[in-house]
Design a protein around this ligand. Structure first.
Ligand SMILES: [Zn+2]
Length: 284
């Protein structure tokens, strides 16, 4: 049974939807019957400076050797102190993306409760997707893994540092839906649900063609922009160069792409994430 839901915004300081909603929840506490809701802004310093992070991506910093000595290592320590009963806490970490990913629930763990909540929340919702990361649980360094239960909500397309009303609304109503589901789950009021659940599994990332100095040499093909979660066919160009030269990319064909042209990923050498579509047959 979950006793506390921790809604985290500002894991990335330039994603204002989460920062806004964490602040909103603090001022307008949500009253559930079976759990408490607390919210906090994770990387306050980065949010104040309107930057994704100060020294190191906070959402890759949990248990990460490379984050040693960084501002974000101290943020992780501060957050950890906020989680009093990890086994009874669910973290919902709010993000936005510049890619056209609608509402994406990102599953980074094998925890059955997290899985159930995500798949129940997404069920029957147009424009909502479940995406499972390549590695799970302790192999990852995501903020939501600081408690025993948790996931991310990624909403887009939203420009960085943009207070997007529609996305705030979308994220808010998604949160309310999850709160309601969890309240019923805690009280044993959810009817069992059996079926096939579609989701996307992360396989790899594809980078832009780059020159020896690492500069991007070709753009994403205009036909691909906004086509997250759609199949890339063999005869489809993936990149292109001005004025009109299509570039085909064998490595991408046959996969479903997402995080297409995510602005935060240029520095990570990623033009898109390549996924496979999978089906989970389950009874919750
Ligand atoms: Zn983010």
């Amino acid at each position: 049974m979950i006793e506390e839901v921790l809604v985290i915004g500002g894991t990335h300081g330039n994603e204002m939807v989460g920062v806004f909603l964490a602040d909103y929840l603090k001022k307008n506490p949500y009253k559930a019957e079976s759990f408490t809701v607390r919210s906090l802004i994770a990387n306050e310093e980065a949010a104040r400076l309107k930057k994704r992070y100060i020294d190191f991506d906070l959402n890759r910093a949990v248990r990460a050797e490379e984050a040693r000595g960084s501002h974000e290592e101290r943020v992780v320590e501060r957050l950890q102190k906020q989680i009093h009963k990890p086994e009874k806490t669910l973290i919902i970490d709010l993000h936005t993306t510049t890619a056209n990913m609608g509402v994406t629930y990102i599953l980074t763990r094998s925890d059955p409760l997290t899985k159930e909540l995500i798949f129940r929340a997404q069920r029957g919702q147009a424009g909502e997707f479940v995406l499972e990361t390549k590695e799970l649980d302790d192999k990852t360094h995501f903020v939501n893994t600081m408690a025993d239960h948790g996931f991310m909500i990624e909403v887009g397309p939203v420009p960085q540092n943009y207070l997007c009303t529609k996305s705030i609304e979308k994220t808010w109503y998604t949160l309310l839906r999850i709160f309601d589901l969890l309240d019923k789950k805690n009280q044993g009021l959810l009817p069992s649900l059996k079926g096939n659940f579609n989701y996307f599994k992360e396989l790899s990332f594809l980078d832009f063609p780059r020159d020896a100095a690492g500069e991007i040499q070709a753009l994403l093909h205009p036909n691909l922009i906004g086509r997250d979660y759609q199949l890339i066919k063999e005869d489809e160009p993936v990149f292109y160069q001005l004025p009109d030269e299509p570039i085909y990319e064998k490595a991408a064909s046959g996969y479903y792409a997402t995080f297409i042209n995510e602005a935060a990923y240029y520095e990570k050498n990623m033009a898109m994430m390549l996924c496979e579509r999978r089906v989970l047959s389950e009874e919750f």
